[in-house]
Design a protein around this ligand. Structure first.
Ligand code: TNX
Length: 502
């Protein structure tokens, strides 16, 4: 038993000082540590035990990694390389990655122990990877002669399996370089689902071999002022692998049967015969286009072909079929058939909340986006939810009221940090997790995307990972404000939120 554990003080809600000298007093809840005494970690871990004392890491360390650390070992090596720390068998200190079997750590939990050495243990490579991310946040971002870390025992398990973000690359395209940076940034905060909204009225962004015009025509358009473009299948496969190496699952969305003008402009036969406007579209309206649901012999083979190529490209268990903002008497039948097609392809469908009107298998996940939508009937049938209620989770809304180039249809005050943080993740019934959404009608550059996403994505991270009972906005802002160098080192052009003193 390491000395640390004998001395340990359990600090959860209250936070912990790294130099506590009187363990007795801090056992009293009434002696809750000041917010400033919490370790600067986001999301905050389930349990942090601080013994006092410090561990010094020099610029040489010996790494011991268990078999089965495919993503966690490279992540640790990248971290050490950034800090100019070399791996040497004769180094005085050691970092261990250990695979254990401890049911309470689950699929993604880990323990991080820093005393006379650093050890991370977990049931899985994912757990080890998250332990490395915590270590990453505890260390500075700049090279130093040596590094001082608090002696600490952290045990950490996520609240939710789904800790997501959605990027609308359809209205305005985001290049693969941006997506790779985004995946790195997500991983730093233990976010693990990147939902790509790959098609909409204004653009079609993923190459489908059987239907090349989708990208020749639909890939060449964009919302006015936005970027056009598309991902080749080779580029997407490379991105999938990049994300997997960072414990991020890419979740593809092909938005059906509405939001399909780019597809209709590419293959006119998918539209009903009386539709006259079949050109590409760069406006802001929603809800005007649809696949012709009275031509099942045309649209269903196309849907099957497209989704077949999508499942080949994306290993994700879940495939999003859209389903938002369309009125048609045949809509429920379409959704039921589309979710069935996904099922036959060996995956499970996700639909936006409106898809709940269809007769779907209860495995189908529903993504809630209107705060007030009556989702209870679907919950009663056994569906689970991804929580994206717009007044908390829509990051195309302003960081503050009236921010230029932002929407406010869902909440006129915008979605400031505190509002985003106040989402009650227990209020909506069975949830697999949370997902913030960045629609891109008004977000046309990498810098604008960074501004809308950060620092609010750190909120998504804490909502997804930390238990609801542990959340405290004051402590959160205090911790996050100290992590500014991490965001800087990741090259993020974040909104300088006054709430964080930035
Ligand atoms: C609603 S949320 C939409 C999107 C828009 C967004 C703008 C959802 C499923 N549909 O098509 O881009 O609002 O905030």
């Amino acid at each position: 038993m390491r000395i640390l554990l004998a001395l340990a003080i359990t600090c959860t809600l209250a936070g912990c000082g790294s130099t506590q000298s009187d363990p007795q007093s801090s056992r009293e809840p009434s002696q809750a540590a000041k917010p400033s005494e919490q370790l600067a970690l986001v999301p905050y871990p389930s349990s942090v035990e601080v013994a006092g004392g410090q561990f010094t890491l020099t610029n040489r360390v010996h790494i011991e990694a268990a078999d089965g650390s495919e993503t966690s070992l490279p992540a640790l090596q990248r971290l050490l390389a950034q800090l100019d720390i070399t791996d040497s068998d004769t180094a005085p200190s050691q970092i261990e990655l250990i695979r254990v079997q401890e049911p309470e750590l689950g699929d993604e939990g880990y323990r991080l122990l820093i005393d006379s050495q650093i050890s991370i243990s977990a049931n899985t490579d994912a757990g080890l990877f998250y332990g490395v991310q915590t270590l990453r946040q505890l260390l500075p971002t700049e090279v130093q002669a040596e590094y001082t870390l608090p002696m600490v025992a952290i045990t950490d398990v996520p609240a939710f399996a789904w800790r997501g973000n959605m990027l609308d690359v359809a209205r305005s395209f985001l290049p693969t370089d941006y997506l790779k940076s985004h995946i790195d940034r997500m991983a730093r905060f233990k976010l693990n689902r990147l939902h790509l909204h790959l098609s909409d009225d204004q653009g079609w962004r993923i190459a489908i071999n059987k239907y090349p015009k989708l990208t020749q025509v639909g890939g060449a358009s964009a919302v006015e002022g936005g970027r056009s473009g598309f991902y080749t299948q080779a580029e997407m496969s490379d991105l999938v692998a990049y994300a997997q190496a960072r414990q991020v699952t890419l979740v593809p969305e092909i938005d059906l049967p509405g939001h399909t003008q780019a597809a209709l402009a590419s293959y006119n036969e998918l539209a009903c015969d009386d539709v006259t406007n079949l050109s590409t579209y760069s406006g802001l309206e929603v809800g005007f286009s649809k696949l012709c649901l009275t031509k099942p012999e045309v649209i269903y083979p196309w849907v099957e072909d497209v989704l077949s190529e999508i499942v080949e490209l994306f290993p994700s268990e879940y495939i999003h079929i859209g389903g938002d903002e369309i009125k048609d008497p045949l809509y429920p039948e379409f959704i039921a058939r589309a979710t069935q097609i996904v099922d036959e392809l060996g995956r499970t469908a996700i639909a936006w909340e409106e898809g709940s009107v269809a007769d779907n298998d209860p495995d189908v996940l529903l993504q809630l986006w209107n705060d007030e939508y009556d989702i209870q009937p679907a919950l009663d049938r056994g569906h689970q939810l991804i929580l994206s209620p717009c007044s908390y989770s829509y990051f195309d809304h302003g960081n503050y009221a009236g921010q230029p180039q932002t929407y406010d249809w869902c909440r006129k005050e915008g979605v400031p940090l505190e509002r985003a943080y106040s989402l009650d993740t227990n209020a909506f019934g069975a949830a697999v997790g949370v997902e913030s959404a960045m629609w891109s009608e008004l977000v046309h550059t990498d810098a604008a995307a960074d501004n809308r996403l950060w620092p609010r994505l750190a909120v998504s991270a804490e909502l997804g990972w930390s238990q609801a009972s542990q959340r405290d906005y004051q402590q959160f802002t205090d911790r996050l404000s100290k992590l500014r160098p991490q965001l800087d080192a990741l090259g993020i052009q974040y909104y300088q939120a006054p709430e964080l003193g930035w």
